[in-house]
Design a protein around this ligand. Structure first.
Ligand SMILES: Nc1ccn([C@@H]2O[C@H](COP(=O)(O)OP(=O)(O)OP(=O)(O)O)[C@@H](O)[C@H]2O)c(=O)n1
Ligand SMILES: C[C@](O)(CO)[C@H](O)COP(=O)(O)O
Length: 239
C-alpha cells in the first residue's frame, strides 16, 4: 500500500559514532576508543551516554576492519548488549562518516548526528540544546569560546596575534537533516574536512547554527586525557 499522510512511517534519527581511528597521538597498542575508561572500553560509555540521552535514536558505529572482531569479543566479555549496527571505516574520519551514511536508508531518516567515539562525556543538556538550536537550519554544532590566546603562524616561522573573540573551538555531536548531510558527503572529500560542518559548508549548506559547547566534552586525544575524562564523568551527574 502506498504511504499516505496517515500511514507514513515515523522518520528514524541516527547517531553515527566514528570509532575507526588509530589513536596515534594517544599511543599504545590499542586505539584509545577501546582503552579502559572506568574499567570498560571507552566506546561503551560513549554509546551508553548517547543512548541514555536519546533512547529512540539508532546507533551506527564505524570501526576499522581490524578492530571489528575484537570489538565484538569485548561486547561479549563485558556483557555490552546495547543494539548497534557496525560499518567499516575509511582512511580518514570523513571517509568513515561517508561509509556510515551510505549504509543507511537515508530517505527514511530525519536527523543524523555525527559524534566522535573519543568524546565519552557527551551530556544530555548538550544534546537537548543542539536539538533545540537546529530549528530549520542546515545543521547545528557545539562550539566553545577559546580561553587561550591565539596566534596565526606562517611557513617562515613567524606568527602574529589574532583576536580570540572571533574564534570558536568546535565539538561533536554535530546534527544535520539526513538528506542534506548525505548530499554533502557525495562531494570529493578533501584533507581540510576535519569535521562534518566543514563538509556541509563546502557543499553550500552554510546555514549552520552554533550552540554553546561543553568544556567537559573533551576529545580523548593525548595520554592523560583518559584520567581527565574519568574525572569529568564522575562529576557529570552534577554538571
Ligand atoms: N579514519 C578515521 C579516523 C578517525 N576516526 C574517528 O574520528 C574521531 C576523531 O578522530 P581523532 O580523535 O583524531 O582519532 P584518531 O584519528 O584515532 O587519532 P589520531 O589523529 O591521534 O591518530 C575518533 O573517534 C576516531 O576514531 C574514524 O572513525 N576514522
Ligand atoms: C570532529 C572534531 O572532533 C571537531 O573538533 C575534530 O575536528 C576531529 O579532529 P581529529 O584531528 O580527527 O581529532
Amino acid at each position: 500500500m502506498a504511504a499516505t499522510a496517515s500511514t507514513k512511517q515515523a522518520e528514524r534519527n541516527v547517531h553515527i559514532i566514528v570509532a575507526a581511528g588509530s589513536g596515534s597521538r594517544y599511543g599504545g597498542n590499542l586505539p584509545k576508543q577501546f582503552c579502559l575508561l572506568d574499567g570498560r572500553p571507552l566506546l561503551m560509555t560513549t554509546l551508553e551516554r548517547l543512548h541514555r540521552h536519546t533512547p529512540d535514536w539508532e546507533l551506527t558505529v564505524v570501526l576499522s576492519r581490524d578492530m571489528t572482531g575484537e570489538w565484538q569479543d569485548m561486547c561479549r566479555e563485558y556483557g555490552f548488549s546495547l543494539p548497534h549496527s557496525i560499518v567499516t571505516g575509511g582512511p580518514t574520519r570523513a571517509h568513515s562518516v561517508r561509509n556510515a551514511i551510505e549504509s543507511l536508508a537515508v530517505e527514511s531518516c530525519g536527523l543524523i548526528s555525527v559524534h566522535d567515539a573519543a568524546r565519552p562525556v557527551v551530556s544530555s543538556s548538550l544534546i537537548r540544546n543542539l536539538l533545540d538550536g537546529l530549528n530549520g537550519a542546515d545543521g547545528v554544532i557545539p562550539a566553545c569560546q577559546v580561553t587561550d590566546s591565539i596566534r596565526i603562524t606562517a611557513p617562515d616561522g613567524s606568527s602574529r596575534a589574532v583576536d580570540r573573540k572571533l574564534y570558536r573551538s568546535v565539538q561533536t555531536p554535530q546534527i544535520f537533516p539526513a538528506a542534506k548531510l548525505s548530499e554533502a558527503y557525495r562531494q570529493e572529500l578533501r584533507p581540510e574536512f576535519t569535521d562534518d560542518a566543514s563538509v556541509m559548508e563546502a557543499a553550500g549548506f552554510c546555514n549552520l547554527r552554533l550552540t554553546a559547547g561543553d568544556p567537559h566534552n573533551i576529545k580523548v586525544t593525548n595520554p592523560g586525557d583518559m584520567a581527565v575524562a574519568e574525572l569529568y564523568l564522575s562529576l557529570s551527574d552534577t554538571l
